[in-house]
Design a protein around this ligand. Structure first.
Ligand code: SF4
Length: 460
């Protein structure tokens, strides 16, 4: 019996929200929204005395928060906006003018906040997580309320002092915390992988089978809308790099080369670039498992739907298998670029994509090849650093999504050639290696833009 079973919902892993970064955009927006809710509960005396809200950012939220739109996301959350329903154009307009203030409700009171209230701190903050933000409600020099939040990757947040929701094995019908435990459940309970994941999801969220399926279809729809928008949108992406969008060019090239064996790869590249370029532009995307990596699975699922013509049930089964791999990495290492470098983001997305492709190609779920495909994909992303130029989720991020998808495809091919027992390394083992490698990696390579490609910005 696992001591700490996974109780994350598929729909917490696949979250809809504005780009470009789940840990810098969606997480901070959710934290600010939570702070707003807490301010509404304060005694009216405190609400009336308040005159400022201060926002303090540390770690990579400070180092690359500007490029990632963290300041805008926090203002949006304080205004009561939620990621899934945010208008991306309205979000981009926030804080465009430093002199503008926005009225935030604190109970019956309103407080004006603007750029002057957001502090990007260079000094290290004593905190257990790399991405830390502290929000304060202040009157003169007195702090009336203060909360410390951690953005831990993929749009997940933690609040200081909030007890971790310790999941009991009874929280889900088929508890597992590792791939070995998942396989043991499949064998001992004589249950199919799809059914196990569905049953756990229904227990975690209280949704019915039909509701889970419907939401999976909606998530795929959001992903594919991002791909379609990206295939249409031309021009340059926001930010000082002035990077040109490439997806529409590749898409047209693939259509013209339909007789060439290269066209399949060019289509896949175009789909991944399309969703990633939408993310970089601040459009609505789906974390998979993060926004920075939100091009890999949309690209692969778009390919699976439009080129392989898999039906809805097959795509849903593939998405559940992908989610199971994302859960295992999040539970036993991390999906955050600030903790693991890019292997935590694109490496995980690639492993999820490999599991997706492998499950879709099977008539009935067979965990051996799914595990092998995910393991191969992670193995060949180990040590990959995160060094986005200028703090924008553009270089290397956009092309890296296409590369992650191509590696996922190859991992699926390698895993399904020969017996799964040919694999010498287990998924659990490679996730442990990922965690250890992430721990040893210098902070310079974890979403801070202080090293690597980020230092070649002048050459762009
Ligand atoms: S380099 Fe990778 S981890 Fe870093 S921001 Fe880009 S996609 Fe995310």
């Amino acid at each position: 019996m696992p001591s700490s079973p996974i109780t994350t919902s598929v729909f917490d892993l696949f979250k809809v929200g504005p780009g470009p970064s789940s840990s810098h955009t969606i997480g901070p927006m959710k934290a600010a929204f939570d702070f707003r809710q807490r301010l509404a509960q304060l005694p009216s005396d405190s609400q009336q005395r308040a005159d400022t809200i201060q926002i303090h950012l540390y770690g990579s939220l400070s180092a690359t928060g500007k490029g990632h739109g963290t300041d805008r996301a926090i203002v949006a959350g304080l205004l009561g906006w939620q990621p899934e329903t945010t208008d991306p154009d309205a979000l981009l307009k926030l804080l465009r003018d430093d002199s503008v203030t926005y009225s935030v409700s604190v109970g019956a009171q309103t407080i004006g906040i603007g750029s002057k209230d957001i502090f990007f701190h260079k000094k290290r903050y004593d905190s257990p997580y790399a991405n830390t933000m502290v929000l304060k409600l202040v009157s003169d020099e007195e702090i009336l309320a203060e909360e410390e939040y951690y953005s831990i990757g993929g749009g997940f947040i933690l609040r200081k002092g909030e007890p971790d929701a310790v999941a009991s094995p009874q929280s889900v019908p088929y508890p597992y915390g590792t791939m070995a435990e998942l396989k043991a459940q499949l064998t001992s309970q004589q249950i199919d992988l799809d059914e196990l994941l569905l049953a756990n999801e229904m227990a975690v969220t209280g949704r019915s089978r039909a509701e889970v399926n419907q939401r999976l279809d909606q998530i795929l729809d959001f992903m594919h809308k991002a791909v379609r928008r990206g295939l249409r949108h031309k021009g340059t992406l926001p930010g000082s790099i002035r990077l040109s969008r490439k997806a529409p060019i590749l898409f047209n090239q693939a259509k013209e080369m339909s007789q060439s064996s290269d066209s399949f790869l060019i289509f896949l590249n175009a789909y991944c670039l399309a969703a990633s370029e939408e993310n970089a532009a601040g459009g609505i995307v789906v974390t998979a498992p993060t926004s920075g990596a939100s091009g890999v699975i949309p690209g692969l699922t778009y390919l699976a739907k439009h080129h392989f013509h898999y039906d809805k049930a097959t795509l849903r089964a593939g998405m559940l298998a992908a989610a199971a791999i994302g859960f295992l990495v999040k539970h036993n290492a991390s999906i955050s670029g600030a903790e693991m470098g890019c292997m935590g983001e694109i490496g995980t997305a690639s492993a999820m994509g490999a599991a997706f492709l492998t499950r879709c190609a099977q008539d009935k779920a067979n965990i051996g090849p799914i595990e092998a495909a995910a393991e191969i994909a992670i193995e060949h992303h180990l040590g990959m650093t995160c060094d986005p130029i200028g703090g924008y989720v553009q270089i290397p991020c956009i092309e890296r999504n296409a590369m992650g998808a191509v590696k996922a495809y190859n991992a699926y091919l390698l895993a399904t050639s020969g017996a799964a027992s040919f694999q010498k390394i287990s998924l659990d083992a490679v996730i442990k290696v990922m965690k250890a490698t992430g721990r040893d990696m210098s902070t310079k390579y974890k979403e801070t833009s202080e090293a690597g490609l980020a230092l070649s910005a002048t050459e762009c």
